[in-house]
Design a protein. Sequence first.
Length: 605
Amino acid sequence: MSNSSHQQHFECIGTAFRRQVVAHPDKIAAWDADGSSTFAELWEQAVRLAGALRLRGVDAGDAVGLHGVGDRDSIVAMLGILLAGGHFVPVDPGYPAERVERMMALSGASLLLRTAAHPLPGTVGLGTPHVRELIAETPAGEADPAGLPAGSPDRLAYVLFTSGSTGAPKAVGVPHGALTALCLRDGPVRRSPDEVFLVNTVLTFDPSMLEIWSALLVGASVLCAPRTALSLHETAALLADPRVTTAVLTPAVFALVAESHVEALRALHCLIVGGDVMPFEHAVRVRNLCPALELVNCYGPTENTIVSTAFSLKDWEPSGTSVPIGGAVAGSTCYVLDEELRPLPPGEVGDLYVGGDRLAVGYVGDTGLTQERFVTDPFSAAPGARMYRTGDRACLNTDGTLEFRGREDAEIKVRGFRVNLAEVEALVVDDEDVAETVAIPVGTGHDRRVVAFVRPRVVTADAKEIRARVAERAPQHLVPDDLILVAGFPLKASGKIDTTALAAGYRPERSAGTAAAAGGGAGVVGDADVKSRLARMWEESTGGASAHDGYDFFSAGGSSLDLIRLIDNISSGFGVFLDFEDVYGLRDFDELLVMVQDRSQRERA
């Protein structure tokens, strides 16, 4: 349990950022693919944007959508929205129009700010001005921050959507003070002003808030990845950039880097791993091969502002099969309780509750669910203190650290994203060809996937076509990795569907895939067997789908993590380096084959 002094560093994000502007206005605050900006330049543009938003009616407490990734445009947009008195609602540029419209409606946003050159998915039913157009409405040097509303650390700063058990996403509202307290209070995630944090996480995933604001609010800088979907060699190159000192990786990407590009981690000062269970073997490998690296395992739900607990592996003596998630940090409190809310002794597994002053305000627009999950904290003397029922299971070690012991409900983590199986089922059953569906998790750790078993309405139903239609309505992490058509479901004696039997009968043809399995090491791509070798890689990555059936990679059953592995295997097997963005939009295997052959010829020329 942490007992940091109440309200320490609990302040407005704009106030904390302004201190750094005054302290070193000409220091580079952010680099991205298009250039760099100083602290003073970011501030000046944000103030101009705030004035333009005020003229468009944005007032204290208003929600404003933000369509973008972690770059300078988005940083200015976030800060400008906050200075105008509003709160931002990040929207991933890869989301389909239906998802965007739903998010904007649930959050109450009346504007969706565009950034960079990201195209909108279609008509979204509200104003969509570009952030640069709004900034240009106020001439440089004429912006006046004195005319902006006074902020409050208790006011919402942002709203992030997490997967919901009712089939609808949950809108988590986080106040200014909760984020500034995490970034500025002493602890394992507090950075120093001379560091550079890599920003490579999508804005809709809350580690991005840690990447950006834990750097900028202490006067450190950020290096923004050119995009958030990267191949493994691109990620490794960014981690090895001599400017970067600190980075955050999900356990899935951490495992891939640890397996194939561990040398990219050696120059880092600190690597934070969070969003799911840290893989034990990879943690041991990285600690042994990168002894100077500060490796930190973090745990925390969005409802408690990103990080609730942290564990530094610096003095860790590996034992058992898991890495501890550590103890409470930055004003959080953690309790392992039984069903009667009584504390359990070390070694006993119970329900994990987190509290402190960094809790979210609650679920926007859902008072009932807020009251159900955010309950009175009987262990705190602070007036009105609450704690959040995480739904996670944990046990306390004798040294005071915590061990994660799984979930109590249908919510799981897939590639770092929270996925509620009920929401996956709701998305699938909405398809006109689906009568009934059951979604189950298969695999463990960073290799966990979601499989949907479907009882179709019509005999002509096609699993790949159903999955493709779901992908048109849902973000990638909510699309089942595999979709299997069945005539019926196995039942328990109670009459309930036997999900254990479904899982036991599932036989994925997918493997991790290696260059050796695909036919050996790097060779000339003009070899007669290149097509069959590449097809084998494709089929292993998609779970056995034929490379010649005309489907794109995702419709064939692959995930973003599978695509990262495929690109890395192509690099190892053929000596051809492809970027994630180039491969992501390919229509089928034949286009990939042409790309590999063309790149090979150019690199040999």
